[in-house]
Design a protein around this ligand. Structure first.
Ligand code: UGA
Length: 443
């Protein structure tokens, strides 16, 4: 049965959730306190880059099933199913999570909540958050309600596919009634043979953070292996292909390179490590911490390669390709490419960062590198080009495109995306992260 729902918080998760729910036939009111964002959404414009989302949003608005407002108190009173999708960013310490937006949402919901309402948390939260929010709201209202958790597993760039065709739906609940409502809301998705896992709330909160931390560990594992491969005459890319054929290991998230960035993996790894430390699991804490250290270390290898190719970096023009933290997003949070650019600037290089699409934030003026959306301009007169991100458009660049424009023909491929043999035939010197000199000579 179509439901009347709200989606509270309209970031990557919330806008996708709202548009997807409307596409499933539900009547959705999206709410966010950022009025500028609401104005854009009402015009059918998505305030960030997510492939396919603008079409889904416009279809939803056109169908009359998706509306927006800028305060929770404006939500229609008959709504009895609320999805919490507000951000839970890292605090300045990096390892603690700011859940204040969730608590603010509870304060506001208390003023409009219907009797027997169901609240579904989707944000990524520390264990125990659902219990705390429930206690908070119970103290503010006499209405009966259920609060359950349904962690999201969306990746930026594939958010719609991950929502409509997820690998699993996790429901953390202490209420059979609320769980049945949520299952009915997702009925069309579940009918596609999607496994639904029913858990208690704490376990469901932990599933999300443990999954993200595991993905981070997996990437750091292959980056650790890359260090060994570089020193032993081996090729990490070939090794990963061979390892990945073991279905217990799997090939996904075994791409070595500049490491993981974004708003989720670094935050959740750090948060989980802190949690492990607090709980006295010191060996596990160290394992998680090591993953962070390996992640940062890969940048040093690029600097080493750059010095090998150029000698002193001071005054040399270096082009970094890829400002977004990965392809198909305009998000630059914890971007490995930007972090590398800053380090290169610290070595005195004149750095230009290119991205195929405009980025989500205005580059701060104190950033001592130039930003360009024009690839030709970005490489003009460059002494070194670094492939820092895996955008498909970068994979299509041919040596002819760059050979006439650069000052010196040097490449560091930090994402294993170029056809080294072809570039070498045009006289380029190439260093590939995770590949030994021997493997590079053969490649
Ligand atoms: C991540 C998780 O993958 C999602 O499942 C989760 O729902 C989401 O966080 C979240 O918590 O909301 P996302 O941050 O969009 O998704 O990015 P990922 O696709 O996980 O990539 C993270 C970083 O790892 C990127 O910098 C990427 O370049 C890097 N990466 C990924 C590698 O270096 N190697 C790989 O093999 C895969």
């Amino acid at each position: 049965m179509p439901k009347k729902t709200s989606v509270i918080g309209l970031g990557y998760l919330g806008v996708t959730q709202a548009a997807v729910l409307a596409s499933l036939g539900h009547e959705v009111t999206g709410v966010d306190t950022d009025k500028t964002k609401i104005d854009l959404l009402r015009q059918g414009k998505v305030p960030f880059y997510e492939p396919g989302l603008e079409d889904l949003l416009n279809n939803a608005i056109g169908s009359g099933r998706l509306r927006f407002c800028d305060t929770i108190s404006e939500l229609p009173k008959e709504i009895d199913l609320h999805f919490l999708c507000v951000g839970t960013p890292a605090k300045d310490s990096g390892a603690e999570v700011d859940t204040s937006y969730l608590r603010e949402a509870m304060n506001s919901l208390a003023t409009v909540i219907a009797e027997n309402a169901t609240i579904v948390g989707r944000s990524t939260v520390p264990v125990g958050t659902a219990d705390e929010l429930e206690a908070q709201l119970s103290a503010l209202t006499s209405k009966k309600f259920d609060l359950i958790w349904n962690p999201e597993f969306l990746s930026e760039g594939t958010a719609i596919r991950n929502s409509l065709d997820p690998e699993r739906i996790v429901i953390g609940s202490n209420s059979a009634r609320a769980e049945a409502i949520l299952r009915d809301t997702y009925r069309e998705i579940i009918a596609r043979d999607v496994p639904v896992i029913s858990l208690d709330r704490r376990t469901s909160e932990l599933v999300k953070i443990a999954s993200n931390a595991f993905l981070a560990l997996k990437i750091s594992y292959i980056n650790g292996v890359a260090e060994i491969a570089e020193k032993t005459g081996a090729s990490t890319a070939q090794l990963a292909d061979a390892m990945g054929l073991d279905s217990r290991i799997g090939r996904k998230f075994l791409n070595n390179g500049l490491g993981f960035g974004g708003g989720c993996l670094p935050k959740d790894l750090a948060g989980f490590a802190k949690f492990a430390e607090e709980k006295g699991s010191s060996a596990f804490y160290q394992m998680l911490q090591s993953a962070s250290i390996i992640n940062e270390d890969r940048q040093n290898k690029v600097i080493e390669f750059a010095k090998e190719l150029l000698g002193d970096l001071a005054g040399r023009k270096i082009t970094v390709l890829g400002a977004s933290f990965k392809k198909n997003t305009d998000d630059v949070r914890n971007s490995p490419g930007l972090s590398l650019a800053k380090t290169l600037v610290g070595h005195g290089a004149a750095v230009v960062v290119h991205n195929p699409i405009p980025i989500s934030v205005k580059m701060p003026t104190e950033m001592a590198f130039n930003f360009s959306l024009d690839l030709d301009e970005a490489v003009l007169g460059s002494s070194l080009v670094i492939f820092a991100s895996d955008w498909d458009s970068y994979k299509k660049i041919s040596p002819e495109d760059f050979t006439q424009r650069v000052q010196e023909k040097n490449i560091i491929d930090a994402r294993s995306i170029i056809q080294a043999k072809e570039w070498k035939s045009f006289g380029w010197k190439i260093r590939i992260l995770g590949e030994s000199q021997e493997a590079q000579a053969n490649g």
